[in-house]
Design a protein around this ligand. Structure first.
Ligand code: SF4
Ligand code: SF4
Length: 325
């Protein structure tokens, strides 16, 4: 299991307070869920709203996703309690902020309650096109440079989870959002059984088993995170390719995950991708591919992975670099 990269600013080892207790009071519980198109923000929001409603709470949910193209910003407000008047969470009033993408999480931090807000964030980075202007392999990206340690200074309680990597190890990285639901579930007073029932209604039937595993993994990760010493690590950064290295590029495409959005085709600097007759992406001109990884970073559906198989100047295969950041 991955170690946490942010732990609580409050007393170490303390129980994460079941903040749903606040929902028993007059004030609604405010949960803000953010990410980018294609990550499953709305599913997280619906599973929570449905669960809260089934327990008799009044629920208001609002979301912005219609204008967001794949890869664009998506957010959803969920408020529940004995009575809820407004569907939107005012700035500084979110009890919990769940972010499926690192930079999106940082962008919404001002919505958290300063003294008690809980920040749960995937370290997954989906880099927007304007941040990838330098396409040299290993070149720095114009992307958030804040480290988890720096973020920790701004939140009452924070957890940065490599949920995508955890889900990938379970065999389906698209279940990363459910890893985060597992983490979220520990901050609310609903039982694990109730969460699992709600989840089973919202994930595709054939993925129920892996999603339940992802949910349990997210829960247990938080339990472990509470017992560990805080660490100040940056989100995992991909190893840059040293300039003196030669490397060969290999694209791994998962056809089932490609949604034909065309983003990678349009933005590949070398124009070496295309959609085939089934409207699935393929590498049409492999000799032109520089291994810049733009397609991998931009694909909201994790359908492309770029492997840089490094060969040093003596021609000895040195390492297979280039796994996902
Ligand atoms: S592989 Fe390309 S076309 Fe397919 S979903 Fe990803 S970005 Fe869109
Ligand atoms: S296919 Fe991907 S890695 Fe290759 S040049 Fe295009 S964007 Fe870069």
């Amino acid at each position: 299991m991955n170690a946490p990269t942010i732990s609580s600013k409050k007393q170490e080892g303390a129980q994460l307070q079941p903040t749903a207790a606040a929902a028993k009071a007059r004030e609604p519980m405010n949960v803000l869920i953010v990410g980018v198109g294609g990550q499953g923000v709305i599913m997280v929001s619906k599973a929570l709203a449905s669960l809260a409603q089934s327990k008799g709470f009044e629920v208001k949910q609002s979301e912005v996703h219609g204008m967001a193209k794949r890869g664009g910003s998506v957010f959803s407000h969920v408020r529940f309690g004995p009575q809820v008047w407004s569907p939107t969470i005012p700035k500084g009033e979110a009890d919990i902020l769940v972010a499926l993408e690192w930079a999106e999480g940082l962008r919404w931090l001002s919505y958290l309650k300063p003294d008690t807000g809980i920040f749960i964030c995937d370290t997954k980075r989906i880099v927007p096109p304007f941040a990838c202007l330098n396409r040299r392999p290993g070149a720095p990206l114009r992307y958030s440079r804040e480290t988890p340690a720096e973020v920790k200074a701004h939140v009452a309680e924070g957890y940065a989870i490599d949920a995508t990597d955890m889900a990938e190890k379970l065999g389906n990285e698209r279940a990363a959002n459910v890893v985060l639901i597992g983490a979220l579930s520990t901050a609310l007073a609903f039982s694990a059984d109730d969460w699992e029932k709600s989840l089973a209604e919202f994930v595709p039937k054939k993925t129920i088993a892996v999603n339940l595993e992802a949910f349990r993994l997210g829960r247990s990760w938080i339990e472990e995170a509470r017992t560990l010493t805080p660490e100040a690590e940056a989100p995992a950064a991909r190893t840059p390719v040293p300039a003196e290295m030669n490397y060969s590029v290999r694209l791994e495409i998962t056809p089932d995950w490609c949604k034909s959005c065309d983003i990678c085709v349009k933005l590949c600097p070398e124009r070496c991708l295309r959609l085939n007759e089934e409207r699935v992406v393929e590498l049409a001109q492999p000799e032109k591919c520089t291994g810049c990884r733009l397609c991998e970073l931009l694909c909201p559906d994790f359908a492309i992975r770029v492997h840089l198989d490094i060969v040093n100047v003596q021609g000895i295969a040195a390492a297979a670099a280039g796994s996902r950041a």
